[in-house]
Design a protein around this ligand. Structure first.
Ligand SMILES: Cc1ncc(COP(=O)(O)O)c(C=O)c1O
Length: 373
C-alpha cells in the first residue's frame, strides 16, 4: 500500500503541487474566511465583501441561455471573449488574460514574476492571496507597512525592488482590508519609475465603489505599455462571486508570461454572464450610487454613536472597536451577524461588508448591543 501521502514529506509534496496550481492558497484562504462557532439561522453575511444584489437581470438571462449549450467547451469563442473585454477598456485581445476569478490572475502574476530571489513586495495589511502563494512556493515576500493615511508606500516599495534587482510590487487599490486608496499621483509615480525587472500588479477588485478623484485606474499605464498588470473581477460590483470570473490587463509580453499558469478555460456560463453584465450601461452606476449611499449612512451613524473608522472607498469598511476584535466577532456571530475576521496588525478594527439597508440596520443594532455588553 502506498502510504507516502501520509508521511510529512508526502504531504509537503502534495501541498507543493497544490500550490503550483494556486489551489493551496485558495483553500487556505477559504478556510480562514470560514466563520467559526454556531451560526444562527437567518445570519447576515458581512464577512466576505460580496454584493447582496447578486447578478443583474441581463447576466441571469445570459446564463439561462448559456446553460442549454454548456455541453461543449466552446473553444473557438474564447478569443472573442478576451477581445470583447479588452475592447471595453480600449485594449486588444492580446492585452487580456481571463481567470477563475481575479484570484487566478493574481496567482499567475506571482508564478510569473516572483522567485526565490525576485520578491513579492506588498503592503501590510493587504489582500493575502498573492502573499500566501509566494510563501507556499518558497518565493521571497517583503512587507512594507501602509503609510499613515493607509496608502501603499510606493517610495519604499520601489526601493525594495531596487535593492532586490526587481520584483512584483502588489498594490490593492482600494485596499482590502482597510478600504483605503493609494492616490493617482503615487500610482503614476510608481508606474513611471519602475526599476528593471519590476512589475506593478494593481488589484482593482473594488475600484467601482468610490467616486474619489484620487482613485484612478492604472489601465492607462497598461495602454502606455508600462510594466503594469491590472486585475479586475466580476465578483464585487457585478455580484457574481460564485461564478468565478476575473481578468487581468497588461502589455502582451506580460500576458504571455502569465498565460501558462491559470488552470484553463473558465466556466462558459460564467463568461456569458460576465459579458452580458459588461454590456449593461446602468448596472455599475446604479450599484455604485446605492452602496455609496448605504455606506455614507453607516458612517454618519457611527459618528453619532462616537465610533471612529477608516475613510472607506470599497464595499466594506473598518470600524475601530477600541478593543481586540477577536472578542467582538464571536459575540456578533452569536447574534446573527457575521463580520470579517481579524486583520493583524489592525487588531481593534472590525471589517464590515456593506450589505442591504435592512442588513445594515441589523448590523447597527447588534454592533451596539455587543459594544455595550
Ligand atoms: C482585493 C481582492 N482581490 C481579489 C479578490 C479575489 O476575488 P475573485 O477571485 O472572486 O475575483 C478579492 C476577494 O475578496 C479581494 O478582496
Amino acid at each position: 500500500m502506498n502510504t507516502d501521502y501520509l508521511s510529512r514529506r508526502g504531504f509537503a509534496r502534495a501541498a507543493g503541487l497544490a500550490a503550483m496550481s494556486g489551489l493551496w492558497t485558495e483553500c487556505a484562504l477559504a478556510q480562514r474566511a470560514l466563520v467559526g462557532g454556531k451560526v444562527p439561522p437567518g445570519t447576515i453575511w458581512l464577512n466576505a465583501n460580496e454584493n447582496p444584489a447578486g447578478p443583474g437581470e441581463a447576466a441571469i438571462a445570459a446564463m439561462k441561455e448559456a446553460m442549454a449549450t454548456a455541453g461543449r467547451y466552446h473553444y473557438q469563442e474564447w478569443g472573442n471573449h478576451s477581445a470583447t473585454i479588452g475592447r471595453s477598456f480600449g485594449l486588444e485581445r492580446e492585452n487580456v488574460i481571463l481567470g477563475s476569478g481575479s484570484s487566478e490572475v493574481l496567482c499567475a502574476a506571482v508564478h510569473a514574476f516572483t522567485s526565490a530571489t525576485r520578491p513579492l513586495i506588498y503592503s501590510e495589511p493587504t489582500y493575502e492571496l498573492p502573499i500566501a502563494l509566494a510563501r507556499a512556493l518558497g518565493h521571497k515576500a517583503i512587507p512594507v507597512p501602509l503609510t499613515a493615511s493607509y496608502a501603499a508606500d510606493v517610495k519604499r516599495m520601489r526601493q525594495e525592488a531596487v535593492n532586490a534587482g526587481g520584483g512584483l510590487i502588489f498594490i490593492c487599490n482600494p485596499n482590502n482590508p482597510t478600504s483605503s486608496i493609494t492616490p493617482k499621483a503615487d500610482i503614476d509615480w510608481l508606474a513611471n519609475s519602475l526599476p528593471p525587472n519590476a512589475v506593478a500588479l494593481i488589484d482593482e477588485a473594488y475600484i467601482h465603489f468610490s467616486t474619489s478623484p484620487q482613485l484612478v485606474s492604472a489601465l492607462d499605464h497598461v495602454k502606455a505599455g508600462r510594466n503594469v498588470v491590472v486585475s479586475r473581477t466580476f465578483s464585487k460590483i457585478y455580484g457574481m462571486a460564485g461564478l468565478r470570473v476575473g481578468f487581468g490587463c497588461a502589455k502582451p509580453e506580460l500576458i504571455q508570461a502569465m498565460a501558462p499558469f491559470p488552470a484553463g478555460v473558465i466556466s462558459w456560463v460564467g463568461i456569458r454572464a460576465a459579458l452580458a453584465a459588461l454590456e449593461d450601461p446602468r448596472m455599475v452606476p446604479e450599484r455604485q450610487a446605492r452602496y455609496i449611499r448605504i455606506r455614507a449612512d453607516l458612517c454618519k451613524w457611527l459618528e453619532g454613536q462616537g465610533f471612529s473608522y477608516l475613510e472607506p472607498h470599497a464595499n466594506f469598511m473598518m470600524i475601530d472597536t477600541r478593543r481586540n476584535v477577536r472578542t467582538v466577532i464571536p459575540a456578533m456571530v452569536e447574534r446573527g451577524v457575521a463580520p470579517g475576521r481579524a486583520f493583524p496588525p489592525l487588531d481593534n478594527m472590525l471589517r464590515v461588508t456593506i450589505g442591504t439597508e435592512t442588513e445594515m440596520e441589523k448590523f447597527k443594532r447588534v454592533f451596539l448591543e455587543v459594544m455595550k455588553a
